[in-house]
Design a binder for this molecule. Structure first.
Ligand code: HEM
Length: 433
């Protein structure tokens, strides 16, 4: 479908064969101009960078998402989800409430601890300046993207919310730089004490876990040319990409399970088989066993992909479906529509986790389902995200049964940077005993 975004040509793709042309390409890697409004916050970190900078950063950061490193994060996922479930205990009385913020604050705690090594305790202190700034900046960026008259810097300064935007940035960057500086000092001290090589040494009687930030500091000390600003860009990018996306996915999974008690009962059965008690911490072994739970999350990401569309700007002409698309065109992949192609997903609106049984997956086009994008610029955090989602969702369902209060036909979607339900995720929780 061809449309214009103001003076800029734009095409929307939602058939898997044409989506493949763009996503699998090594040429069409540059993001569209919509992403420039993220630059003041994220600079040109992995999500927003292009060309050789993106290539070298992607190569450098890929090992940071190795499964061995992710395994160390299990402790964070477990401890933060335990806290969330404790908070939910007060709400599990069968009365309606919005569970969205509980899940979001938990994922914010998780990403802060794993990306920066700092426990900001957002679940206890949702009013902190940092937590408020993270939320506000997302809304401000979205506002600017959606209003063409605010896109010029001059007009944004004159009639937009640039003062508030700058105030948020001051808090966010101040926090990231402060954390980088103090971790660098710690890092230097350890190095002097010849501890740097043994990053999992005991520190104050506790096993030292590496945050993404520590790995970046290590690279920087190895002389790989990473300044504090470079590190800040990447850490802020993880903060942005890594918490709202997972929070939305867990909420949508819970929402759909709350609409389908028969499928939720099957998930409860699976969890009861795997865990001997509702408080047992999750290890890699249990994660591997949660097959139905994982398929429910995948099916929720099909129907309600956290990132509902993504966009590239063509740096050279492309041939898509026999049409010649000129350089400079914005090509938007509309994941939300792609995932509803009835040729690939018969009866597409139906919530059916069995679509992700291996025998069904193998029948589909490889680009029919791309909630994490695909090809060279796919989501670097997808394994992290699935682990976190399985742990957080299962920790809720091991203790509670959920009923969704909004019917599918009454649902109103907000397709901003992240796809979320306009009126939150109102549920009733019941203890399972
Ligand atoms: C359910 C959770 C998640 C979903 C649905 C998701 C989805 C996506 C999508 C669709 C993209 C491509 C964006 C584009 O091309 O504009 C992307 C990129 C990215 N994601 Fe995720 N993401 C999730 C979680 C995470 C997490 C937890 C992290 C980090 C800890 C992360 C880090 C990134 C980064 C750094 C990129 C840019 C990669 C590059 O351009 O090389 N994401 N994600």
């Amino acid at each position: 479908m061809r449309v214009w975004a103001g003076p800029f040509p734009l095409i929307q793709l939602f058939k898997c064969s044409v989506v493949e042309v763009i996503l699998s390409s090594n040429k069409h890697l540059d993001k569209s101009r919509d992403y420039t409004f993220l630059h003041p916050w994220l600079g040109t970190g992995l999500l927003t960078s292009t060309g050789s900078k993106w290539h070298s950063r992607r190569k450098m950061l890929t090992p940071a998402f190795h499964f061995k490193i992710l395994e160390d994060f299990l402790e964070v996922f477990n401890s933060q989800s335990t806290k969330m479930v404790e908070k939910l205990a007060k709400k599990a009385d069968g009365q309606r409430f919005d569970i969205f913020p509980y899940i979001t604050l938990c994922t914010l705690d998780v990403i802060c601890e794993t990306a920066m090594g700092v426990n900001i305790k957002a679940q206890d202190n949702s009013d902190s300046d940092y937590v408020k700034a993270v939320y506000r900046i997302g809304a401000l960026v979205q506002q600017r993207q959606a209003r063409p008259w605010l896109q010029s810097d001059l007009l944004y300064r004159l009639i937009g919310s640039s003062k508030e935007h700058d105030a948020c940035l001051k808090i966010l960057h101040g926090f990231s730089y402060g954390t980088i500086r103090s971790r660098r000092i710690e890092f230097q001290k350890e190095k002097t004490n010849k501890l740097a090589k043994h990053m999992d040494d005991e520190i104050i009687g506790k096993k030292r876990r590496l945050a993404f930030l520590d790995l970046l500091l290590e690279y920087s000390e190895e002389g790989r040319g990473l300044s504090d600003e470079d590190i800040r860009e990447e850490v802020d990018t993880f903060m942005f990409e890594g918490h709202d996306t997972t929070a939305a996915a867990i909420n949508w999974s819970l929402y759909l399970l709350g609409c389908h008690p028969e499928i939720q009962a099957r998930v409860h059965e699976e969890l009861d088989m795997i865990f001997s008690s509702p408080d047992q911490p999750v290890t890699m072994a249990e994660l591997r066993e949660m097959k139905l739970t994982e398929n429910c999350i995948k099916e929720a990401l099909r129907l309600f992909p956290s990132v509902p569309f993504l966009a590239r700007e063509l740096q050279e002409e492309a041939v898509i479906d026999n049409y010649r698309i000129p350089e400079g065109t914005t090509v938007m992949v509309v994941t939300y529509r792609l995932h509803r192609d009835p040729d690939q997903f018969p009866d597409p609106e139906r919530f059916d986790p069995d679509r992700f049984l291996p025998e069904n997956v193998s029948k589909r086009h490889p680009y029919a389902y791309v909630p994490f994008s695909a090809g060279p610029r796919n989501c670097i955090g997808q394994k992290f995200a699935l682990m976190e989602e399985k742990i957080l969702l299962s920790s809720i369902l091991r203790k509670y049964r959920a009923e969704s209060c909004t019917r599918r036909e009454d649902l109103r979607l907000l397709g901003e940077l992240i796809l979320r339900p306009e009126n939150g995720n109102t549920v009733k929780l019941f203890p399972r005993v």
